[in-house]
Design a protein around this ligand. Sequence first.
Ligand SMILES: Nc1nc2c(c(=O)[nH]1)N[C@H]1C(S)=C(S)[C@@H](COP(=O)(O)O)O[C@H]1N2
Ligand SMILES: [Mo]
Length: 388
Amino acid sequence: MTENALRRRALLGMPLAGLAAAVAAQAGPLTQRALAGAPAIRKVLPASWFIDYGTNAEMRWESVDPQRYRTPQARLFVRNHTATPTIDPADYRLRVFGDGLRDPVGRSFDLRELRRRFRTVEVTAVHECTGNGRSFFASQQRATVSGTPWTLGAVGTVTWQGVRLRDVLAAAGLRPDAVSIQATGLDAPYVDKGVDHGRVRRPFPVAKALDDALLAWGANGRPLLPDHGYPLRLVLPGWIGIASVKWLGSLEVATTELTSPWNTRWYNVDGPLTVNPVRSAWELPWAASLPAGRRVTLTGRSWSGAAPIARVDVSTDGGATWSRARLHPARGRGWTQWTHTWHRPAAGAHELLARATDAHGRSQPDVAAVNPNGYFFDAVVRHPVTVG
Ligand SMILES: Nc1nc2c(c(=O)[nH]1)N[C@H]1C(S)=C(S)[C@@H](COP(=O)(O)O)O[C@H]1N2
Ligand SMILES: [Mo]
């Protein structure tokens, strides 16, 4: 049995008082399903690859292989509002309906029809949670925010396989006056503090659907893992993670603006959040130890929801002096890898900083805009290392 499964089993075998303490100590809510024996996340979460928050897990940047561009599904962060459901692909149907279709009753598509009838496409894109970097609001800005205390690992770059949503909408009879589409997941209704908010769902503009939205069944050439939306998920490239609804059950197409708590109550700061900001990470452990007196090759990655990364400035002395990192070409709308050579670092404590700028001129501020749910931490992160 894996380390992770063992730990989960060990939790479940404990007497109740111990279990409650262990759950509290986990600092992450285990869902009722987890307590009943089915973990919220199915894949194994080796401690060297992931920080496990219970229903969410982030990738450790120090476990990223600098030679590998894409994030394998086995290493990709997971963000579950509820728990990964079991869906039989033979029974699976995507329902498309609403007054934005010529026939509002709409119709259903099974996986076979989706695969056979429409052209298969591939899109490489950054996949990232809105709250990525949230813990730095507290540690770097002394601001109190709520939500999973992600460091910078709630992100990956994935090549998705699927079909264009616009092709499917055309086949479903999209009306020219349709404006809004609500995507709803098949996972259990989301219950928070005793309030049932219904199934995870979020609306998005028809314009995004017609532009680059994808119905994906594959990631990096393999079927989606259960945790990542098997058998079909929506992918809205460049947009916040919640926009890419997993286990996609239905699309309601409307001629009026649709809403859900996921675009009004959450993932909203003066309006629904859409395109991801610019962020950067070093491929190093937090508080890494580095050898003194020798040349060190440092690597990292930067990304933006809006445009390719145009430049990355790095500092190894806490921001006193800066130089340009060497950029590697990005693929599609994926992240940009970069390299910086640190010549003869002096022994002692240092802070590494990386600030990226995208082709639209969007960059990373010194201080991120504080908001109660801790979304969009895009400030330059001060990464401590010790040389010696
Ligand atoms: N049905 C459903 N879709 C969902 C979610 C969810 O809980 N249920 N979480 C969203 C959030 S907040 C994020 S960041 C991404 C995470 O995708 P991943 O777990 O495949 O990395 O899925 C989104 N889609
Ligand atoms: Mo998210």
